[in-house]
Design a protein. Structure first.
Length: 272
């Protein structure tokens, strides 16, 4: 980040303005490539592909095995991209503050919201790349069946991508409120069990004002289970209608926008 602040300063000095958001995103991306997290994910990806290739060599004997392997591959790709998003997003701002690299950046003509947006875009791009790459490799190496709907597959990838964006924006927002370890635990619980958590809160809330408040608060918890259509796809179901897809996308965009804006507000008001 110190290098980013120097680059931004040089661009202003030479009157060749580059967006601070772009420079922050670029530096975050390069820093991410030097960390081990991405390579751990790639190792898991390689292990799964080796299993699939070995299975194909031995011979896949039924459609059920094809559906199982495809479901497993798509689920793992979503899980790995989500976990990567959790660990990557929660450390972006805290690590910069701890290392002291955040302060030289703020001395330059950079707004704090630029830092939030730049970090969010960089982390999101890395995690989305992992999701798309693993999904495509799974589709390439796992045999296809006539029951699989290509339009639904497109919807699966898109909604999972939006889920990753929600995770990244939520992680950055939570990192300005909670300690890193608490942040990780909360995000993993939301990512893996948001649907169960929301259902539990709604079903176990008693009648009255308390029940109404709890049900109202559940609308502010992102439901990642509603964005995971892998089982629907591998079961050979039909694609979502345009209205269903539009409502889910709008639901995601509202959460992403809200968390990015709230993160910017919190960082602006935070004494550093």
């Amino acid at each position: 980040m110190a290098r980013v602040s120097l680059e931004i300063s040089d661009q202003f000095r030479n009157k060749r303005l580059l967006s601070p958001i772009w420079l922050i995103s670029k530096a975050t991306w390069l820093e991410f490539l030097r960390r081990r997290d991405l390579y751990v994910v790639l190792i898991f990806m390689a292990i799964f592909l080796m299993i699939v290739i070995a299975t194909r060599i031995v011979g896949i004997k039924s459609n059920e095995e094809v559906r199982f392997l495809l479901n497993l591959g798509l689920t793992i790709s979503f899980f790995l991209a989500g976990i990567l998003a959790v660990f990557a997003s929660v450390r972006q701002i805290p690590d910069e503050i701890e290392k002291g690299t955040f302060y030289p950046l703020l001395a330059k003509p950079v707004e704090r919201r630029d830092v939030i947006i730049g970090k969010f875009l960089a982390v999101s791009l890395v995690c989305l790349s992992v999701l798309v790459l693993f999904t495509l490799l799974t589709k390439i190496f796992v045999p296809s069946l006539p029951i699989f709907n290509s339009i639904l597959l497109f919807q699966v990838i898109n909604l999972e991508g939006f889920a990753i964006l929600i995770l990244c924006s939520t992680g950055i927002f939570f990192s300005l409120i909670f300690p890193k370890a608490v942040n990780v635990i909360l995000l993993i619980i939301l990512f893996l069990g948001s649907g169960t958590l929301i259902g539990f809160l709604k079903s176990h809330s008693k009648q009255g004002i308390t029940s109404s408040i709890i049900k109202f608060l559940t609308y502010y918890i992102p439901d990642f289970s509603s964005l995971n259509l892998v089982q629907r796809y591998t079961d050979g179901a039909t694609a979502l209608s345009f209205s269903e897809l539009f409502l889910l996308v709008a639901y995601c965009v509202l959460f992403i926008f809200a968390f990015v804006v709230l993160s910017s507000i919190l960082l602006n008001r935070r004494a550093l």
